[in-house]
Design a protein around this ligand. Structure first.
Ligand code: ATP
Length: 530
């Protein structure tokens, strides 16, 4: 449901206190005004009065009269002071709530940034008194701030709404207004949809600033402005702390092996199209890839973004923790809100077990449990929202079953087989500007027993390091020598990998060749035990 409609429904249902989480107070105020105007038109009654309270300005009535402008009923924005602010903030918040509950006229009361005072006992009590008495009156209190942390004792009395970032229609209108007001010419040549996509995930203010900077930098609103906006957005999202924006750079051909996983992702891409959903297919919610470090899980996450031509947002779960109490939940909520606004997109949760593993709940006062809870609920509620979760994990033992269950599919990524190592070697020789035909790729791949994909890549790099000081090119012998000197990671983490392989019997294998390899290992182990 549209947020303005949801808010209107709550007001009409006499919900006494509503908390709106949003950093965009002007945009939310505009929506509240829209709601009042529309409701007055719908019921053919006088519009509700609107009051605003801030700790520094006290309580004032914002909208003093309604007028007909171009045939429509509109508000004019004069404000009238109702009560002067008290010098003591907690007393001010307490008095404002008391005043609203007892004497003030019917209407909508928006309390901006009241959250720091809600924990004071007298303010909390008057908030709860307000909730009780407003049910019988025609008044609604709206707590509006970037992070309304409703105290535990008042949670039952307050309905919380997470206000979304601007959607495509709003961004379209904002671009039109920007073009009109700035008098710039639109030279996007059909690139309007791309510009809208480039601005998704930003607040209205951020979008305005980015547009203005793009025009200042390039002189006009053209294709270069789109590239500028994408870059500026990546920086703004990066500054938020927990999210990183990745441009699509890895192609299907850059990932060696993992055929089953690639095939499933291609099918999931189709299932996520509107046509497939009209056909009755449920969109894929997400995929969990578990496996040996350095075997291409992160690489595949980057590849999906190019495969589906949608942006990739990496959620750094580690960065969600470590701030003040309550900040982790706020940061999670903000990150998920951005992902929702950028949709369709891929939300890549790397090494999910590190922060969302079992046991964390007791050690950090329940923060990781609450963060996990909000991510799980969000995944449940956001099926079909266009956000596909690509999670990677190296240690399956730490993942809770309720998290694993949320994913549409689970894949195990094992060490590459000899054939896959040959493909990966080809890829990295190409990247190093060498022709694989000049090497005995099969012999080198055979020699790299138990190598991860990352170690195959490293072998090529080490060979280049050997040959460069000698002013010569690399050859097969360099690769074989480096391979012989390398101690594969697997030798130091054999137990962990074995445990993952045990779990893998319940997941799909990312590669058909690896599945055969795992079967051979299992059968030979069984034969040895007999
Ligand atoms: P970690 O869990 O440690 O992050 P990972 O499984 O996500 O490991 P990647 O980060 O994807 O592994 O791999 C590291 C690098 O190794 C890649 O950037 C890529 O260069 C190379 N590599 C690994 N696997 C492959 C592969 N299947 N094909 C091509 N290159 C690979």
């Amino acid at each position: 449901m549209d947020k303005v409609q949801e808010l209107n429904r709550l007001v009409r249902a006499r919900c006494p206190i509503i908390a709106i989480n949003s950093a965009e107070s002007t945009r939310v105020m505009d929506s509240i005004i829209d709601m009042i105007v529309l409701e007055a038109a719908r019921t053919n009654k006088e519009h509700k009065q609107l009051f605003v309270w801030t700790v520094s300005q006290g309580l004032f009535r914002v909208l003093t009269r309604a007028e007909k402008i171009d045939g429509a009923q509109c508000f004019t924005g004069d404000s009238v002071l109702v009560t002067e602010p008290n010098v003591e903030p907690n007393v001010e918040a307490f008095l404002a709530l008391q005043n609203i509950a007892t004497q003030a006229p019917d209407g909508i009361y928006v309390l901006k940034d009241a959250h720091p005072y809600l924990n004071a006992p007298e303010v909390l009590r008057s908030l709860r008194d307000c909730a009780e008495s407003l049910i019988k009156q025609k008044k609604t209190v709206i707590l509006l701030s970037p992070h309304v942390a409703v105290p535990q004792d008042a949670r039952k009395d307050v309905k919380v709404i997470d206000w979304p970032l601007p959607d495509n229609t709003e961004l379209e209108a904002q671009i039109d207004t920007f073009i009109d007001q700035q008098g710039v010419s639109d030279r996007l040549n059909g690139g309007r949809a791309q510009l809208v996509r480039a601005l998704q995930g930003l607040t209205a203010n951020e979008a305005d600033q980015v547009l203005a900077q793009a025009v200042i930098t390039n002189g006009q609103l053209d294709e270069r402005a789109i590239a500028y906006c994408i870059q500026a957005k990546a920086e703004i999202i990066g500054e938020s702390g927990a999210l990183e924006f990745f441009p699509a750079q890895v192609g299907l051909e850059d990932v060696g092996g993992l055929d089953n996983l690639k095939r499933w992702l291609q099918a999931a891409g189709l299932a996520n199209t509107q046509d497939a959903q009209a056909y009755g297919m449920k969109p894929a919610r997400g995929v969990l890839t578990v496996g040996v470090p350095g075997c291409g899980k992160s690489l595949t996450a980057k590849m999906v973004s190019s495969l589906w031509n949608v942006p990739l947002l990496r959620l750094d779960v580690g960065a969600l923790f470590g701030g003040l109490v309550g900040q982790s939940e706020e940061q999670t909520r903000d990150a998920l809100k951005i992902a929702r606004a950028v949709a369709p997109c891929i939300l890549w949760i790397d090494e999910i077990e590190k922060a969302l593993g079992s046991g964390g709940g007791e050690q950090d006062g329940g923060t990781s449990s609450r963060v996990l809870g909000s991510i799980l609920t969000w995944m449940e509620e956001n099926t079909g929202s266009g956000v596909f979760v690509f999670a990677t994990a190296n240690d399956i033992g730490k993942l809770r079953p309720e998290l694993i269950r949320r994913f549409s599919e689970k894949f195990f990524v094992d060490l590459p087989t000899a054939d896959e190592r040959a493909t990966i070697l080809n890829i990295h020789l190409h990247k190093a500007k060498r022709d694989p035909a000049d090497f005995d790729v099969d012999a080198v791949a055979e020699a790299m027993v138990d190598f991860t994909g990352a170690e195959v890549e490293e072998t090529v790099q080490q060979a280049l390091w050997r040959a460069f000081p000698e002013h010569r090119d690399i050859d097969t012998d360099d690769l074989l020598t480096v391979a012989a000197e390398t101690v594969p990671l697997v030798t130091t983490m054999r137990e962990q990998i074995e445990a993952m392989r045990q779990w893998a019997t319940r997941a799909k294998s990312a590669s058909s060749a690896q599945r055969v390899q795992q079967q051979v290992v299992r059968e030979s182990r069984r034969a040895l035990e007999m």
